[in-house]
Design a protein around this ligand. Structure first.
Ligand SMILES: Cc1cc2nc3c(=O)[nH]c(=O)nc-3n(C[C@H](O)[C@H](O)[C@H](O)COP(=O)(O)OP(=O)(O)OC[C@H]3O[C@@H](n4cnc5c(N)ncnc54)[C@H](O)[C@@H]3O)c2cc1C
Length: 244
């Protein structure tokens, strides 16, 4: 699969370190799938889709590659390979979406696709209010949005999994859909086990090829790029794991 060039049609500053790039092109993809973004003579890295038409990516500036992406202007080109990997698939009618950091990006795509689902709750977590983004986008897709910040500067204080835990205790949900840092996903997995409900967790790993060839994203015998990044957590597995 060769990278194809796409021009940047629009750039939106979402938060202090986060920009959204709307490209002049489209793909056919599922929420949770990702693309490899290549900048010639720089590097190639994975980014989740926020929309497939127009192709939209949201990038947090965390290191050298994302900093180079943040320097790009409208009209500049970047090169895309994808869509790649396995995405989310909403199975029930009462999903709980839990996103931390840029993990909110694929969940916004998921919410926008789940138009037939009437009761969607999205917990959006960030370190501070300046790191929050996509609350309005999720609300526009019909989600009841709960904002959580670690420093209590907006919404509820604490971790998004603390709020998810309280919601799972107070209300009935038939699935958890989560994307974010590893510790957050570990907690989300534990909550699914405790409540006996299925989960779909989007995991991270350092990727090179993005298509199951190089093995650099192997975790527990699975390739995150090919077998994931979204992994199912079934309630049967959850219950038997919690009993053992
Ligand atoms: C499937 C997938 C989807 C992604 N989607 C998005 C997205 O939508 N938006 C976004 O901003 N980023 C996303 N990322 C992460 C993005 O690919 C990395 O942040 C990328 O490495 C940034 O490159 P950099 O050179 O700027 O920073 P780097 O120098 O590569 O990393 C900066 C810091 O982040 C850590 N880090 C980087 N990548 C990872 C990783 N994969 N797992 C754990 N720690 C990591 C590094 O250890 C380092 O501490 C995604 C990653 C994966 C695997």
């Amino acid at each position: 699969m060769l990278p194809r060039p796409m021009r940047i049609a629009q750039i939106t500053q979402e938060a202090i370190r986060v920009k959204t790039f709307t490209l002049a092109g489209e793909l056919v993809a599922d929420p949770g799938q990702f693309v490899m973004v290549w900048l010639p003579r720089v590097d190639e890295k994975p980014f989740s889709l926020v929309s497939d038409d127009p192709l939209t990516l949201t990038v947090a500036k965390v290191g050298p590659f994302s900093a180079r992406l943040h320097e790009l202007k409208v009209g500049d080109r970047l090169w895309i390979r994808g869509p790649l990997g396995r995405g989310f698939n909403i199975a029930g009618q009462r999903p709980l979406l839990v996103g931390g950091g840029y993990g909110v990006a694929p969940l916004a795509f998921l919410a926008s696709r789940a138009t037939e689902v009437s009761h969607k709750v999205a917990v959006v977590g960030a370190a501070t209010k300046d790191d929050l983004f996509f609350e309005a986008r999720l609300a526009a897709s019909g989600c009841e949005v709960v904002v959580v910040t670690e420093d209590c500067s907006a919404g509820e204080g604490g971790l998004c999994t603390d709020v998810a835990e309280a919601l799972l205790t107070e209300q009935h949900f038939d699935g958890v859909y989560a994307c974010g840092p590893e510790a957050m996903l570990d907690k989300a997995e534990e909550l699914c086990r405790q409540h006996g409900i299925p989960g779909q967790l989007s995991k991270e790993a350092h990727m090179r090829c993005g298509m199951g060839v190089c093995g650099s994203c192997q975790r527990d015998g699975l390739l995150v790029c090919r077998d994931g990044p979204v992994f199912d957590l079934e309630p049967e597995t959850s219950q038997s794991a919690s009993q053992s």
